[in-house]
Design a protein around this ligand. Sequence first.
Ligand code: SAT
Ligand code: MN
Length: 601
Amino acid sequence: MENLNKITNKYINNYIKNKYVLEFVNKSAELCEPDKIYFCNGSEEEKKFLTGEAIKTGELIELKQEKFPGCVLHRTAINDVARTEHLTYICTTKKEDAGPTNNWMAPKDAYEELGEYFRDSMKGRTMYVIPFMMGVPGSKMNKIGVEITDSIYVVLNMRIMTHIGRIVADDIIGDNFTKGLHSKGDISLEKRRICHFPEDNTIWSINSGYGGNVLLGKKCLALRIASYLGRKEGWLAEHMLLMEIQTPDGKIFYVAGAFPSSCGKTNLSMLIPPESLPGYKVRVLGDDIAWMYIGDDGRLWAINPEAGFFGVVPGTNMKTNKNAMLTIQKNTIFTNVLLKEDKTVWWEGMENPPDKGIDWKGDAWTKESKEPGTHPNSRFTTPTSQCPALSSEFSNPKGVPVSAVLFGGRRGNVVPLVYESFNWKHGVFIGATLRSETTAAAMGLGKIVRNDPMAMIPFCGYNMGDYFAHWLDLGKRMKFPPKIFFVNWFRKNREGKFLWPGYGENLRVIEWIIKQCDSDNNNKEKEAVETPVGYVPEIDAINTKGIEISKQDIKELLSIDKNEWLEEADEVEKFFSKFDRMPKELTKELNDLRERLKNSK
Ligand code: SAT
Ligand code: MN
């Protein structure tokens, strides 16, 4: 353990005594050759110290503190602005266990190749050791990890997104923790790799500094590794927001929703009820990840394992998401936004554009510039606890019981505003057949409609055929499963205009959804119409009081075109045919859908 003499701070003796952690640090230091090793403790002084260090080197820019206390700006490299899915791998012994939707490398090959990239990658740098916990303090769902990194930006982000340092140290028992190793390396795209070794509970990430690639607690642990563990242990790790809705008569419902990255999870979870829907209260528990388990009462319960929001910036303003705007006023890290002359920040879609500033690349920008001042995938990292609409249940270790699961995508046509599945099995089918237009959250995909089952295509840590079977199995084990719905805020008319106003008005759809879940509602059947794809709202069942939308548009929003859906079924068939391990139940669902469509008018 001779590399441990590079440790610079005293915490080593006080709080991390676990021999497996020390072995992991020692081995990583042997490989990466840092000058120094620093054990993070999560304190305020540490945050100040590290922020100061990063400001000195230009890694962070301090914003005007009187206006944005505790806020900084970071610019990534130009080739490092989003997750790189084509460089992300699941490294299982058997290729079939990664399945047809994941890139695969044999563990031995991956350790060897990445080992070369990691070699000496931290020369002249400090290695930071971050013990962290994903979950809610006191929850039986929690998972512990240790991330080793050479990036202060990573430490400061992990500090917001997870629980780090001393408070988790006592929870590390034996070698029961995820070992995450990250180095910025030289940020080269050719040698960038994000590798997951679920069988070893290990993640290696090299040559990137972008959030989704390097905050290893987030997508890497809380989704890819956790989904693998969830299958083994009988629970689900999902790419879902979690929100609380209180109705005018005081009832509370919890809704979980899976949408692909950059499709509005953050906005929906922080929704502010429109004035014309008086009496509703909406509170947020999470905007990106939910861990769900079957409770003793036979219901599905969920926690948000994250402690912060890593949200998309452009388009966020006081109208689209006031709660996010209020949350990010302090202690926030902005990534790839525009810096104004007064050392505050601005982005496309925000009120009062400045005449000039410095764009996300670090170049001079003016109002007349053709290029946007912020990157489309620019982000804020901010503590969940600062959100004015935070649910008091956010910190409940037991989580919340889920009444409705939503799947959603970005579809200009074909898919109605909302529909409900016939039952759990059919709900798993509509999740498995989710298709969505791609966004800026992943690099190099172009603009296509792609299959993104449960919005998990980039995040499922094992064979998705097995994943569907796991979902089906959970349904069989649950006495009171939530209802499953599909929503699409993005349907357009022939002129290419959005038919639905979106944002806060989405509560009108949520209202219909929770009424369908409400055991006291005797009008359920009258408010829904059976179609070949599922139940859609009766034309008058969506409350449109207070918004200007014609009956015709509502009709179009809820319409189902037989021929378009038969084509949709062909696309699904093509996608399903990639899987050796597709559960029979889902192929039967596809056949049944086709039959229902053919028999319809
Ligand atoms: O970049 S992240 O993966 O952290 C966010 C997202 O794409 O959902
Ligand atoms: Mn996400």
